[in-house]
Design a protein around this ligand. Sequence first.
Ligand SMILES: Cc1cc2nc3c(=O)[nH]c(=O)nc-3n(C[C@H](O)[C@H](O)[C@H](O)COP(=O)(O)OP(=O)(O)OC[C@H]3O[C@@H](n4cnc5c(N)ncnc54)[C@H](O)[C@@H]3O)c2cc1C
Length: 446
Amino acid sequence: MHKNICIIGGGISGLTALYYLRKKGLKATLFEVSSQIGGVIQTKNIDNFIIEKGPNTMLLSDQRTLDMIKDLELSIENASPYSNKRYIVKNRKCLSLPISIFNFITTSLFSFPTKFKILIEVFKRNKKSSNEESISQFFIRRFGKEFLDYAINPFIAGTYAGDPDILSIKYAFPKLYELESKYGSVIGGLVKEKKDINKIKRQTISFNGGINTFTQKLAKRYKESIFTKSQVKDISKHKDGYTITLKQNNELKTLNYDKVICTIPAYSLKKITVNGRSFKDFTTLNKINYPSIISISLGYNSESIPHNLSGFGVLVPKCENMNILGILFSSSLFKNRAPKGKSLLTIFMGGSRHPEHCKLSKEERYSLVYKDLEKLLGIKSKPIFNYETIWEKSIPQYHLGYGHYNKILGIIELKLPGFYFAGNFVNGISIQDTILNSMNLINEKF
Ligand SMILES: Cc1cc2nc3c(=O)[nH]c(=O)nc-3n(C[C@H](O)[C@H](O)[C@H](O)COP(=O)(O)OP(=O)(O)OC[C@H]3O[C@@H](n4cnc5c(N)ncnc54)[C@H](O)[C@@H]3O)c2cc1C
């Protein structure tokens, strides 16, 4: 019988673990080092602009995530119907990504040979390389270089802030990898694959007041089990479970638990000792790469933006040699994100493509942003509002060879029975991935 469980980390992974443990009637306590709950999910309301410092949207495509949201009595805010329209930059112009057969035939985003390659992918049985493939190698082999450059490369910058040349298709997009392995084709596999009973129609969502309404609701529901400003410093194994050493208000405390769920980023593990000593396996996980990324929120008088901002936003392929990675049309996506007559844009910079941008002064960085905004959206005037967040370490990169880290996670769980990992470096980086990952862990092990 598991009596008392310690959860380390108060991001969505830790909060979800707490939610499912409590649903099972188990006793659990969550410790978060910072003064606030939510991890990278952080919303701010400044001068009636609703700013997302980290994630802006959540993709909802699984019934179990929807059930959790409903159980928390959260009201979902669906992205505007225009959000289907996503722009990709080609020759410094914003072209919409095709969403219908007609769009696909008429778009100038892809040349005729690329369109032909996409259409015949279903019949293509080319041989996989025996080495682990990067995302770039996989897509060049199946759909050609232009598809990689103008669909996949910008998409990877917008999700992973990463580089498709070194991200592993097997670990970063296991679903696509499996579809090809099982059906010989990605498109054929998507058509033939039996529908997962948990899958629901994909929706891009947030919540009234911003995305952190979700984590705040979880924090409120379980407030008696959550402790902020509590840094886990040591985990010591003994025959009945674990003793956790915590730093709370400059005081060290020790507490006993039966099991431990660790949801902190891989780079934070090296600061935790095991049985009072530095733990080599934790230090190895510190090598997982987390590129820096800058999220810049800019508010404008709506009339000073010539573009109609009808859509999700713009993604910039690497081969276009621009400064920014992409723009979200935040106030078009969701209601009440900007005061009346104003518009809010969220711009992403840096990532694996431009790590140097984090080191620039704010002025230098903004001047690069303004240049790109003028080219892409015709904006000549300066914003009336700005706010930026620099994430020195943003999103874990499932690079080639990531299987090595997965093995280490398994070895640690063997060395420390009753100690489990969850979090975005385990089974996917999106908010929904981390929710399902924590949910599966609780269902399987508790
Ligand atoms: C800029 C950015 C934009 C993103 N955009 C999207 C998006 O639009 N859609 C989407 O689905 N996903 C997005 N993601 C990814 C997604 O938000 C994250 O993968 C997910 O929220 C991670 O949650 P987590 O709980 O695993 O980790 P985290 O949120 O990192 O939480 C881990 C927590 O552990 C705490 N901690 C660390 N060390 C200790 C310790 N020793 N003791 C106690 N606590 C500790 C940390 O303070 C932190 O609060 C984005 C991520 C970033 C950074």
